[in-house]
Write a protein that binds this ligand. Structure first.
Ligand code: MF3
Ligand code: CO
Length: 255
């Protein structure tokens, strides 16, 4: 069942989303050569708490940190650690914030120091995949219209789309119905719901520079590319309306 949010819930999601977006910008500013990934986790954790909000990932399915921070070949769910960032590292940061019972979920990818052209392009195209998808995030369209837009933009640019992890509904819980894949399944096995006003979705392209295939490390969390090539991630929580979609994980100076 796909729930549609009330006006009150939407207002609370704007607030949670704004804190998540600010946390993402803060985190991006801390992606520097020599910074440890756990120092970024701590700064984000402290910021979220300072806003009287809760890091929504901490403890979710026993996840042990407040952010996911995934470097280079790590796709998503990277665990903060003592790892020091090196010049050119491609750093994806994913943040969930719960405020007054509702959640904002967003991510972006940053480069430590100067990156090479390939890394910059991967990050740019991944971000564009989200904004291409956003054009189709309208009442009357279907989830697959979002999926197709992401996949087309990624593959047209020579990249591939992760299959095992998908975007999702979001609200009182981090993951709600529907699933929002970044690819079209052929032949289609699952329902392809129609988008309706009041639905809140996390659209999150996870784009690999090489092949789509992934593996999960023995830590049980970290997802890496099978071919060792870089991956990038970009995500916002959005609201389907009668007209244009609204980005709920919004603040000034968005990545
Ligand atoms: N950021 C993931 C998503 O957007 C959720 C992270 S789950 C956690 O779907 F367990 F890692 F926290
Ligand atoms: Co998400």
């Amino acid at each position: 069942m796909i729930n549609r949010k009330t006006q009150r819930e939407i207002e609370l999601m704007r607030c949670a989303g704004n804190i998540a977006a600010k946390a993402r910008s803060l985190a991006g500013g801390l992606v520097k050569v020599g910074a440890t990934t756990q120092s970024i986790n701590k700064a984000v954790h402290d910021f979220i708490k300072s806003q009287d909000a809760i890091p929504a990932f901490l403890g979710y399915r026993d996840y042990p940190a407040s952010i996911c921070i995934s470097v280079n070949d790590e796709v998503i769910h990277g665990l903060p650690s003592g790892r020091k960032l090196l010049r050119g590292d491609v750093v994806s940061i994913d943040i969930g914030v719960k405020k007054d019972g509702l959640i904002g979920d967003c991510a972006a990818t940053f480069i430590a120091g100067d990156g090479d052209k390939d890394a910059e392009n991967l990050i740019k195209i991944t971000r564009e995949c989200f904004f291409e998808a956003l054009k189709y995030a309208r009442a009357g369209n279907r989830v697959s219209d979002i999926s197709r837009a992401v996949q087309n933009h990624a593959e047209t640019n020579g990249y591939s789309v992760v299959r095992e992890y998908v975007g999702h509904g979001v609200g009182k819980k981090v993951h709600e119905a529907p699933e929002v894949p970044n690819f079209i399944e052929r032949p289609r096995k699952k329902a392809d719901p129609r988008l309706m006003p009041g639905m809140t979705l996390a659209i999150e392209p996870m784009i690999n520079a090489g092949d789509a295939e992934i593996r999960v490390l023995d830590d049980g969390w970290t997802v890496i590319t099978a071919d060792g090539k870089n991956s990038a991630h970009y995500e916002n929580t959005i609201l389907i309306t009668e007209n244009e979609p609204e980005i709920l994980t919004l603040c000034e100076d968005m990545p």
